[in-house]
Write a protein that binds this ligand. Structure first.
Ligand code: ATP
Ligand code: MG
Length: 398
């Protein structure tokens, strides 16, 4: 029955002169997620995009489109010719399909940008509404708060009829040049931070610090699986695995226990900054949330942040753990994040990390650490893999 999907832009609409570029990026991504459907066509216009299904089933297509950033809402639609009787007939079919026999309130909203169509919007509202009411049961009109809104748009190429909108992923479409390095552990927070960073229209590359044999192959696999889920939203993602064992052992041996966590984080920052430089990323994203653990007090952030002047994006900064977990579950990351494998930070975590570390102390201690060599060695040992969006079914991971 449905032959089209209407995609509505969100914030893109506010973009003035840059709007065209965003729409082009969005169209590219829409086509990417629908590559498996040979028959589908995507047409863009100033205020929306229309996917012509050409026989494809709308449900899986809608599900794919719900992962695309830059889409505010979408709805399935039926297209008809410029013929009022046909429009009424299709309107009835659509309402019946959405109503599924339940009692419901509804309203009709007609827009007629194509003024050559010889019926005024107000007349059509009444005409179509009356026809639908006469031919259905358990349906009443409520113009203020309808359970279902039937939208009819009469455009130059035909009339589009659609009902209830599905909510899109929101945000902005990915601009490939806007790249951010995501510091990705195997925990709950940083993958969510990755998702929220991507949502703002940037491409991420992930950096993971790995300390074999203290951290296992399985903990590395967990990170690869998390990245795999993120590719649903951003396409292929490069993952940089940093060998961190030597740095951690050296810190453990040479640095005071209560500063080891702070200094380890400073080392992570330095290494990530180098990788950002090498890969043309302009910022670093983390899963930090203010006050959550010892390393995330405002004093800790101040001392850790000292070693880089790259912008640090912390999309979770104000969120409670429960809010973060909610997003994690909603986008299928949670079950992977809670797999019980060790992380390099927890393995080396001191008994009592300083919650208010000072910059001057960290700097003083680091004079006894071969900082540059450790950074160079770690960067030289990085293994970069590309996690593809396609390859396997996601259900295998969950
Ligand atoms: P997460 O749930 O993301 O692991 P967390 O609550 O465990 O975060 P921390 O251990 O303090 O918090 O880590 C803070 C941030 O540092 C993480 O969100 C992540 O961005 C980064 N980070 C921690 N461990 C690693 C790692 N092994 N590799 C890369 N980044 C890491
Ligand atoms: Mg963690």
């Amino acid at each position: 029955m449905y032959d089209h999907i209407i995609i509505r832009y969100g914030e893109i609409s506010l973009k003035g002169k840059n709007r065209k570029g965003f729409i082009t990026s969005l169209k590219k991504r829409v086509k990417q997620v629908l590559t498996d459907y040979d028959s589908i066509e995507v047409h863009q216009s100033f205020d929306r995009m229309v996917v012509k299904l050409n026989g494809a089933n709308h449900e899986p297509v809608i599900n794919k489109l719900k992962t695309v950033f830059g889409i505010h809402s979408l709805s399935v639609a039926i297209k008809t010719e410029h013929d009022l009787d046909l429009i009424k007939e299709k309107a009835l079919q659509l309402v019946e399909d959405q109503q599924r026999g339940e009692s419901m309130t509804f309203k009709v909203t007609v827009r007629r940008p194509f003024k050559q169509f010889p019926h005024r919007s107000q007349d059509m509202n009444r005409d179509i509404g009356g026809f639908v009411l006469r031919n259905t049961e358990n349906l009443t009109v409520d113009v203020h708060n309808p359970g279902m809104e039937l939208k009819v748009e009469v455009k130059q190429d035909g009339a589009y009829l659609s009902c209830n909108n599905s909510v899109g992923a929101g945000g902005l479409p990915t601009v490939q040049d806007n790249k951010v390095m995501l510091m990705l552990s195997g925990g709950i927070d940083s993958p969510v931070a990755g998702y929220l960073t991507m949502k703002r229209g940037v491409k991420v590359e992930a950096v993971h610090f790995h300390s074999p044999p203290f951290t296992s192959e399985r903990s590395r696999q967990k990170v690869e699986d998390l990245v795999k889920v993120l590719t649903r939203y951003g396409g292929d993602i490069r993952l940089h695995i940093v060998p961190f064992t030597n740095t951690q052992k050296t810190i453990q041996k040479e640095m005071p226990d209560n500063y080891s966590m702070t200094i380890m984080r400073r080392m992570m920052m330095r290494i990530t900054e180098k990788l950002a430089e090498q890969n043309h990323a302009l910022a670093i994203a983390t899963g930090e949330s203010l006050g959550q653990v010892a390393s995330q007090t405002i004093q800790s952030m101040n001392t850790i942040n000292e070693v880089t002047n790259y912008p640090i994006l912390r999309p979770l900064i104000s969120m409670d753990k429960l809010e973060i977990m909610k997003i994690s579950r909603a986008i299928d990351l949670y079950d992977i994040s809670i797999r019980p494998y060790e992380d390099c930070c927890t393995v080396f975590l001191p008994e009592a990390p300083k919650t208010k570390p000072k910059r001057e102390h960290a700097n003083k201690f680091e004079q006894y650490l071969p900082v540059d060599e450790l950074v160079q060695e770690a960067v030289a040992g990085v293994e970069t893999i590309i996690i593809n969006e396609k390859d396997e079914e996601f259900s295998d991971l969950l």
